[in-house]
Write a protein that binds this ligand. Structure first.
Ligand code: NAD
Ligand code: WQD
Length: 338
């Protein structure tokens, strides 16, 4: 298929681009580069042996979207483009509603205008709010505790309404748990601007000596070692889940499908530190700090529906996640030194 990846230059989009190429799809990336840079396309070319077109543009620009949908005869869209920092969304909610909600609405209008009705959307486990039971299955009630989460919920609701109104749509909502790790090549991975909010990039930068120590946010949770438990999923497994979801919605007669993409396995913050140190032979100085506002004790998926309906299951373990993160970080340091 010919597939448009909004936000295709970003962390998850670039891994999905590589996975789609190796499954024989043709792709075009559309990104305003607000949280990525165009050099990722050269590295994707090195991985896939193919030059992937990048159109620089904003999803709030309907004309630009219509042009790319028509010019490349796009048949399906995978929609990653969005802002994702929880704390920033609390401080700047208008920016988040504008970028994420208005951006998605503009994308849906452009798709409708061009007759493209197949869409995979990057949602998040954040839409489950405070877990009422674990593991979280897709029927768990949804709620949001911050503006970022509310944008994901609003978009999910918009997509449900669109799919209900026109049965020709084929929409997949993918609720990611905690994506970590990097491509085996070490050429693409997660490289956030500024000080990372998320655990794994923070650990990598402490290991690299770019940050002094990790603050472990809370050690008095009701978990085996007192630190927060999450469902970390290797980004390459996550990428394969997109290929499987796209394939599934092109064959189903259902207009809307929702799948968790997680492993079903929870690891604590200290499990992550221990594994990273063990497999990479590095030091991660850390200290216990107060809990972070808004954090829950534990959050992990039931991946059963995706296993059953997509025939997809995450296969890469925690060691592979830690090894690939560190491999990416070291290669990044070498590239930056050049
Ligand atoms: P990322 O920031 O690396 O990638 C997002 C890309 O979208 C960036 O390249 C950015 O430049 C682009 N972008 C942002 N706003 C845009 C706009 N208005 N127009 C065009 N391009 C725009 O983030 P990621 O981790 O790859 O996340 C991708 C998607 O997955 C996001 O929607 C995010 O909310 C969702 N998600 C991420 C995680 C995670 O932990 N990484 C978890 C759950 C869901
Ligand atoms: C994981 C664990 C922290 C940093 C966030 C978003 C969520 C989704 C994924 C997009 C927690 C602890 C972290 C640090 C720490 N994103 N931690 N020290 O909070 O599960 O989810 O990213 O949709 O919406 O909320 O991920 O990586 O920030 O934290 O101790 O410096 O690591 O308290 O227990 P989180 P995270």
């Amino acid at each position: 298929m010919k597939i448009l990846l909004t936000g295709g230059a970003g962390y998850i989009g670039s891994h999905v681009a590589a996975a789609l190429m190796s499954s024989g799809h043709e792709i075009v990336c559309f990104d305003n580069l607000s949280n990525s840079d165009a050099t990722v396309m050269d590295r994707l070319e090195a991985i896939t042996d193919t030059a992937i077109p990048l159109v620089k543009g904003d999803i709030r620009d309907g004309d630009a979207l219509r042009q790319v949908l028509n010019e490349y005869a796009v048949e399906a869209v995978i929609h990653f483009a969005g802002l994702k920092a929880v704390g920033e969304s609390v401080a700047e909610p208008i920016k988040y509603y504008d970028n994420n909600v208005r951006g998605t609405l503009t994308l849906l209008e452009a798709m409708r205008d061009c007759g493209v009705k197949t869409l995979v959307f990057s949602s998040s486990a954040t839409v489950y709010g405070e877990p009422q039971y674990l593991p979280l299955d897709e029927n768990h009630p949804t709620s949001a505790t911050n503006p970022y989460g509310r944008t994901k919920l609003m978009i999910e609701q918009m997509l449900a309404d669109v799919a209900a109104a026109d049965p020709e749509w084929r929409v997949a909502i993918l609720r990611y748990f905690n994506p970590v790790g990097a491509h085996d090549s070490g050429l693409i991975g997660e490289n956030p601007n500024g000080i990372p909010n998320n655990l794994m990039p923070f650990i990598s930068r402490v290991a690299a000596g770019r940050l002094d120590e990790l603050s472990v946010f809370g050690s008095d949770y009701d978990t085996p070692d007192g630190t927060g438990v999450r469902d970390y999923i290797h980004v390459v497994d996550l990428a394969d889940g997109h290929v499987a979801a796209l394939d599934a919605i092109t064959r189903t007669d259902q207009a809307l499908s929702t799948w968790n993409l997680g492993t079903g396995q929870g690891y604590s913050v200290l499990d992550m530190v221990e594994a990273f140190v063990r497999v990479n032979g590095v030091r991660i100085p850390y200290r216990i700090a107060p809990r972070r506002d808004g954090d829950v004790a534990s959050c992990f998926a039931s991946p059963e529906r995706a296993e059953r309906e997509l025939g997809w299951k995450a296969s890469r373990d925690l060691d592979a996640m830690c090894l690939s993160s560190w491999n990416f970080e070291r290669l990044l340091a070498m590239r930056n030194a050049d």
